[in-house]
Ligand binder design. Structure first.
Ligand code: GCU
Length: 339
């Protein structure tokens, strides 16, 4: 059995030595390893809790041969760095947001558009449909040594600001809106009337506090777990997009697993995904209550104004055959279209 240790340089420039792995990376021969997972959320976030459950499942069902070590709070770097670490094999797994994958393969845009998903149920249906997402999820294997194993919902994203409610895009005029780092997200900010400022998630609290940005958009759970409401106390319920996080794995590690272990690995992941949806709904309600108790104001606004403002992005960004195929495949699973 080959022994290997890994030295990774984390984003902040600090080099850190992750635990030595003991498995072989020969295809189909690896009977156990330590899997490191990069996450940008806190330990109280549903993604951490569901992944932690997966780790327990894995350990129990392989008699401790496989273990999962989760590094939350961007300890291994922001998502752009985590993506690189998974690609070069220094870290085996990461959760990254849709826009990050769009930067590697524009076809992922099909699942990042504001009009792709109606709601979480629809999103889960799409993720479970291999005909729609199968090729896309394997499309980074040759180019980046990355395979997408599935996704966690980000729920509905809404706008929040340091200065007051956003009832129409005019209210964002001249304001700097933090967005995730991708072309589509830059265009989205502009369509929402703002001036776009791409920024890593972990920098956002201080960005809002110092006035580098005036606004951001995210789900209720991030608003609360990152305590953004402390520095941006105006939440406007725009529900402009159902976001998607992906679980990615280094393909050499995935291929190294024995057939039996891979079945256990994926079985545990299925449980984690189901648990995540349950936790998500609860966490969304709790997050809004927590933010309100701590002084945030929730503004109910006319969502259709924002939907209309973002609608043109579909034609603007869906340009390749694959994008259209994935997008139409996803839309075909919408109950709205079936009616
Ligand atoms: C959500 C999402 C993260 C993403 C973040 C962001 O919290 O779950 O994956 O990084 O939004 O806006 O950057």
């Amino acid at each position: 059995m080959r022994r290997h240790t890994r030295l990774i340089g984390a984003a902040a420039g600090t080099a850190m030595l992750l635990a030595a792995c003991s498995g072989t990376l020969e295809p189909g021969q690896n009977e156990g390893d330590v899997l490191h997972l990069a996450l940008n959320q806190t330990e109280t976030h549903p993604s951490y809790i569901a992944l932690d459950h997966w780790g327990d499942y894995l350990e129990e069902n392989t008699d401790g041969r496989w273990t999962l070590e989760i590094y939350p709070n961007e300890t291994l770097g922001a998502q752009a760095e985590a993506l690189q670490l998974v690609s070069d094999g220094s870290v085996e797994l990461a959760i990254v947001s849709g826009p990050q994958l769009e930067n590697l393969n524009k076809d992922f845009i099909a699942l990042n558009l504001p009009t792709t998903f109606d709601n979480i149920d629809h999103q889960m249906k799409v993720l479970a449909d291999d005909e729609v997402v199968g090729e896309l999820f394997n499309s980074l294997r040759e180019t980046n040594n990355i395979v997408v194993l599935g996704g966690f919902t980000q729920g509905n994203r809404s706008v929040y600001t340091t200065f007051g409610p956003v009832e129409t895009p005019d209210d964002l005029n001249g304001m700097k809106l933090r967005v995730q780092e991708s072309e589509l997200n830059l265009a989205m900010a502009e369509a929402l009337g703002a001036s776009a400022t791409p920024m890593a998630y972990g920098e956002l609290y201080s960005g809002l506090q110092s006035g580098v940005v005036d606004a951001a958009e995210n789900n209720e759970v991030s608003y609360a777990t990152q305590r953004h409401y402390e520095v941006a106390p105006h939440w406007s319920q725009t529900n402009h997009l159902v976001g998607l996080d992906y679980l990615i794995i280094n393909s050499t590690m995935l291929d190294s697993m024995t057939h039996e272990d891979r079945e256990i690995f994926m079985g545990g992941w299925d449980e984690a995904r189901a648990l995540h949806v349950e936790l998500w709904l609860e966490a969304t309600d709790d997050s809004i209550s927590q933010a309100e108790e701590d002084g945030a104001t929730i503004h109910i606004v006319d969502e259709t104004i924002f939907d209309e403002a973002l609608e043109p992005l579909v034609d603007q960004f869906l340009t390749t055959d694959t994008q259209l195929e994935v997008y139409e495949g996803a839309r075909a699973l919408s109950e709205k279209d079936v009616e």
